[in-house]
Each structure stands twice: as structure tokens, then as C-alpha cells.
Design a protein. Structure first.
Length: 107
């Protein structure tokens, strides 16, 4: 039979292993949430209402919204490949309605 020290060492190793497993599967999601928030784009007071594949397309959507009395602007994505059309939160519902009307053919 092993000594008391060997048994204590094995018990300690098992406890550490169990603690690691439990933390991995039942631990807090704070780290994952913080990573997602760090990657998310912050536009301050503005809300994104559309994403366009090019600056020209985003400008078209922005101008369409502006012609309907909605304050809008564009912002490039981090990679520069796409553009985001942004409005104030109070105008987001109206902007969505304008874009849906255009998508439905203006009916």
C-alpha cells in the first residue's frame, strides 16, 4: 500500500483535474462575452440599418434614406470590404420601412 503522502498527492491531482473540468463546462461565460463585445463594432449613438457590399451601394442607400427625411451616414467595416448604413435609433423604424418599401417595389 502507498504512503499517506502518495495518497494525498493523488487526491490533490484528482481534485485539480475535476476543478478544471467543472470550470471548463460550467464556468462563467464572461470571458466569451467580453471577447464578443471587443469584436463588436461600436457606432456610439447610431444604429446599423443596412450593410452594403460597396461604398457606392451604401451611398445609394444613404441617399435614399436622406431623400425620405431620415438622417443617415455610412461607415466602412474593419476590413474595408463592406459598408454599414447608420441612422439614429429614433429613425431606425422609419428607415427600415423605407428600405422595405423599396424592396417590395414601392407598393
Amino acid at each position: 500500500m502507498g504512503t499517506y503522502g502518495d495518497e494525498a498527492l493523488i487526491l490533490f491531482a484528482v481534485i485539480i483535474l475535476l476543478a478544471g473540468i467543472l470550470r471548463r463546462y460550467f464556468g462563467s461565460d464572461i470571458d466569451r462575452t467580453e471577447r464578443k463585445l471587443a469584436k463588436a463594432r461600436d457606432y456610439g449613438l447610431l444604429s446599423e440599418v443596412a450593410t452594403a457590399p460597396s461604398e457606392q451601394a451604401a451611398t445609394f442607400v444613404r441617399d435614399l434614406l436622406r431623400s425620405n427625411g431620415i438622417r443617415a451616414t455610412t461607415a466602412p467595416d474593419d476590413n474595408g470590404a463592406t459598408q454599414h448604413v447608420l441612422v439614429f435609433p429614433a429613425d431606425a423604424h422609419a428607415a427600415a420601412n423605407v428600405l422595405l418599401q423599396v424592396n417590395d417595389g414601392g407598393d
